[in-house]
Design a protein around this ligand. Structure first.
Ligand SMILES: O=P(O)(O)O[C@H]1O[C@H](CO)[C@@H](O)[C@H]1O
Ligand SMILES: O=c1cc[nH]c(=O)[nH]1
Length: 239
């Protein structure tokens, strides 16, 4: 029986199309469409509820899915929870954009998120008797670094800020996180890594720098949708 036969959730309705054990998760559903159309053979649409496009296809003969997650901790929390706990997904690889916080990190650079600092309260519902480190699967992280090295793609490996706030009223926040060595800011890794840890599955966030929080340089919306192909290649080679 296929892993999702007769299954659906309020947010994912695959109509019998299989969801692979490994899934790539961009925030933007149009980035998911771009990946399916440009990298996956035999791709089939498995979700369009709320326009959150999801596809399953093959990459170098291996089955893989790709689906948008929307923006922010709660949206990623919903999609990753359902993918893991209802559809049996085992490897979740976020491919997102981010704002760099260090001068030596440039537009289009790639970051592998070893761990995430957060201002989110998402872990609260787990009722743990202390703090929990929000970290990547070491296995996926190590493999991604190796793939990047083999391709001669320079990557930064370190901690990111997974923030619930894009437009922050506290103008001192970036400087404080940067001082702690945070490489960049994004908005989904907290719930992704915590949901994966809770279920004993693997997750990794790979990011491309879309803008710079110190120099204020920016890429365009179109570039964010279609030109971050190096991180897509690294993620696909993890399959
Ligand atoms: O490009 P995506 O994957 O959406 O990631 C980043 O971009 C969005 C903000 O513009 C947030 O979701 C942030 O995490
Ligand atoms: O969360 C994000 C994503 C891109 N750029 C930012 O500054 N923040």
């Amino acid at each position: 029986m296929k892993n999702n036969e007769l299954k659906e959730t309020p947010h994912i309705k695959p109509n019998g199309v299989e969801i692979a054990e490994t899934i790539l998760l961009p925030g933007d559903p149009l980035r998911a469409k771009f990946i399916a159309e440009n990298f996956l053979e035999k791709h089939v649409l498995f979700n369009e509820v709320r326009g959150m496009l999801g596809y399953t296809g093959e990459y170098k003969g291996k089955k893989v899915s790709v689906m948008g997650t929307g923006m922010g901790t709660p949206s990623m929390a919903i999609y990753s929870w359902e993918l893991i706990n209802v559809f049996g997904v085992k490897n979740l690889i976020r491919i997102g954009s981010c704002g760099a916080m260090q001068n030596e990190i440039k537009l289009y650079d790639i970051i592998l998120a070893m761990g995430a600092a957060t201002n989110s309260n998402y872990a609260h519902q787990l009722n743990l008797p202390g703090q929990f480190p929000i970290t990547a699967s070491y296995e996926l992280l190590e493999k991604a670094k190796k793939i990047a090295d083999e391709k001669n793609y320079k990557v930064h490996v370190g901690n990111v800020l997974s923030s619930d706030v894009f437009y922050n009223a506290d103008e001192t926040a970036t400087e404080k996180w940067a001082k702690m060595g945070i490489l960049a800011e994004e908005m989904e890794t907290t719930s992704l890594y915590l949901n994966a840890a809770s279920a004993g599955v693997k997750a990794l966030t790979i990011l491309t720098v879309s803008d710079h929080m110190i120099t204020h340089e920016q890429t365009t919306q179109e570039e964010r949708q279609t030109s971050f192909t190096k991180m897509m290649e690294i993620a696909l080679d993890l399959v």
